[in-house]
Design a protein around this ligand. Structure first.
Ligand SMILES: CC(C)(COP(=O)(O)OP(=O)(O)OC[C@H]1O[C@@H](n2cnc3c(N)ncnc32)[C@H](O)[C@@H]1OP(=O)(O)O)[C@@H](O)C(=O)NCCC(=O)NCCS
Length: 207
């Protein structure tokens, strides 16, 4: 497995994720359950067509719609017991994204997904969120395998998966029609034992 300890993004991850009640803390983010009060922040980025371009949901068209979507996400989180987490900037307390399970694939396998406000892209924030979230799912929720898929036209998403220690499956891209075109999806996976060993290596101080 590649040694990412010297990678620039890793320097920001040296402080391990700390778990509070129902929340996770990274150096720059708080990951916590969604709240109805997130509606305005959520709408501010979910109405952006570029944020919605490579996800299965459409850009939100009104705050009313965002409120309804948020309510159903919160309800679903309660029903499944696995929260979709809001990503909140610790500095400003602004809710700038989500990370969560998009599909359960059995008792101990699931697919996850994520999205982030456009003005926050390119700062390593999603890598920070994904590593902490994977650790949480593997150590607190008994998952043995987690998958994530991305449109091959959205390579930044694949880069996040790789930087977070996931490995691309050696298989032909999955073909899927969405948003009026035939897309190709690449799949990444993380297996609990291998991923936790990789993550422990990342957190070891450099010699
Ligand atoms: C994809 C997304 C989550 C990335 O979040 P982010 O916080 O900007 O990601 P990070 O900064 O942690 O890492 C992005 C990496 O992608 C790389 N990248 C950016 N654009 C790229 C491109 N066109 N080709 C290849 N790599 C690219 C960056 O260089 C960076 O890697 P580096 O740190 O090694 O330089 C964010 O852009 C987003 O939310 N997009 C809209 C929703 C979405 O597409 N969700 C994913 C659905 S599968």
């Amino acid at each position: 497995m590649p040694d990412h300890r010297a990678a620039p993004w890793f320097k920001r991850l040296l402080k391990p994720g700390v778990r509070q009640k129902d929340s996770l803390i990274t150096p720059r983010l708080l990951l916590r359950p969604l709240r109805t009060q997130d509606a305005r922040d959520f709408h501010a980025y979910a109405r952006d067509p570029l944020v919605a371009r490579f996800v299965f949901w459409e850009a939100h068209t009104s705050l009313t719609q965002t409120r309804a979507i948020l309510q159903s996400m919160i309800l679903e989180s309660h029903l499944t017991g696995l929260h979709t987490m809001a990503l909140v900037l610790r500095d400003s307390q602004r809710m700038v994204g989500t990370i969560g399970l998009v599909e359960r694939l059995g008792a101990d396998r699931a697919e996850l997904g994520f999205s982030l406000a456009r003005d926050c892209w390119g700062q390593g924030l999603m890598t920070e969120a994904l590593t902490t979230y994977l650790e949480h799912l593997f150590t607190r929720h008994d998952f043995t395998q987690l998958l994530a898929k991305h449109d091959t036209l959205n390579p930044a998403s694949g880069a996040v998966m790789r930087k977070a220690g996931m490995t691309q499956l050696r298989q032909a891209p999955e073909r899927l029609r969405y948003k009026g075109r035939e897309a190709q999806l690449a799949t990444y996976r993380a297996d609990r034992e291998g991923w936790l060993a990789w993550w422990a290596g990342c957190r070891r101080p450099l010699p």
